[in-house]
Design a binder for this molecule. Structure first.
Ligand SMILES: Nc1nc2c(ncn2[C@@H]2O[C@H](COP(=O)(O)OP(=O)(O)OP(=O)(O)O)[C@@H](O)[C@H]2O)c(=O)[nH]1
Ligand SMILES: [Mg+2]
Length: 236
């Protein structure tokens, strides 16, 4: 079998760090793993990608040639890449028993106004890849009910767009008290009717089942592997 994992989440939510963690872990457990950087705006990566969107186009190059600011340039570069390279990517990604990891950009526009990634995932599926989407939320942003609901709703936008098995992970949990987040998640916000309705919807969707990731934990990579394997029904 062949597998592809899309690592998504808002800007700074630890996508590249998680990609690196997973890549190293797969090497340790002798899984063949290929890593792709799909972020045309990043300056630094903690890993060495096999394919790097920046070798073909960077957000800075777009900014230099087109009248766009940094966010518009990132989206333009991403769309340009998929318009011109989707066939190349799909033709070159055909490794038996392989795990592909895609480190994606954080801009929500790429998921709510654009279906390049979703179409690319569908193309991989046609080539026999099982795909899943891991969505990271920076847990330091989960400090009040409003931000929890907002972040979970944004995660739903990504899930709706990607149409793949979905894994929700709260990152940077070394910086927060997980129990406080869990209490906020379970609070039914009875003093605000709109939040109460939203909360019920989010609970019904199973979105309160978040995995907590702390990079100082020895179990972090194993937890990620377990969740991804579960999404793929790996070994069943
Ligand atoms: N304390 C703490 N910091 C973390 C953790 N994971 C990542 N970071 C830090 O968070 C920052 C952002 O991490 P990245 O992995 O670059 O995040 P990203 O989502 O790839 O960021 P963009 O690509 O810019 O959207 C970096 O300074 C990391 O070192 C964690 O578990 N705990
Ligand atoms: Mg990154």
């Amino acid at each position: 079998m062949k597998y592809a994992v899309f690592i998504t989440g808002a800007a700074g939510s630890a996508k590249s760090t998680t990609t690196h963690l997973l890549h190293e872990h797969y090497q340790v457990i002798h899984r063949r793993c290929t890593v792709f950087n799909l972020d045309p705006a990043c300056d630094y990566l903690p890993y060495e990608p096999a394919i790097d969107i920046r070798d073909l186009v960077t957000a800075q190059e777009v900014q230099d040639f087109v009248q766009l600011g940094p966010n518009g340039a990132l989206i333009y570069a991403f769309q340009h890449f998929f318009k011109n390279e989707r066939e190349f990517l799909a033709e070159n990604l055909d490794y038996e028993d392989d795990f592909l990891i895609f480190d994606c950009p954080g801009q929500i526009e790429l998921y709510v106004q654009n279906d390049d990634l979703q179409r690319f995932a569908a193309q991989l599926q046609r080539k026999g890849y099982e795909c899943c989407c891991l969505y990271l939320i920076d847990s330091t942003k989960l400090t009040e009910k409003k931000s929890i609901l907002t972040n979970l709703l944004i995660s739903q936008c990504v899930q709706m767009n990607m149409r793949l098995p979905f894994i929700l992970v709260a990152s940077k949990c070394d910086l927060v008290d997980e129990n406080e987040i869990q209490d906020l998640l379970e609070d039914d916000c009875s003093d605000n009717e709109f939040y109460t309705e939203l909360n019920a919807l989010i609970k019904a969707q199973g979105l309160t089942e978040i995995n907590y990731l702390r990079w100082d934990s020895e179990e972090a990579a194993g937890m990620l592997q377990g969740e991804i394997d579960h999404a793929f029904h790996f070994g069943e």
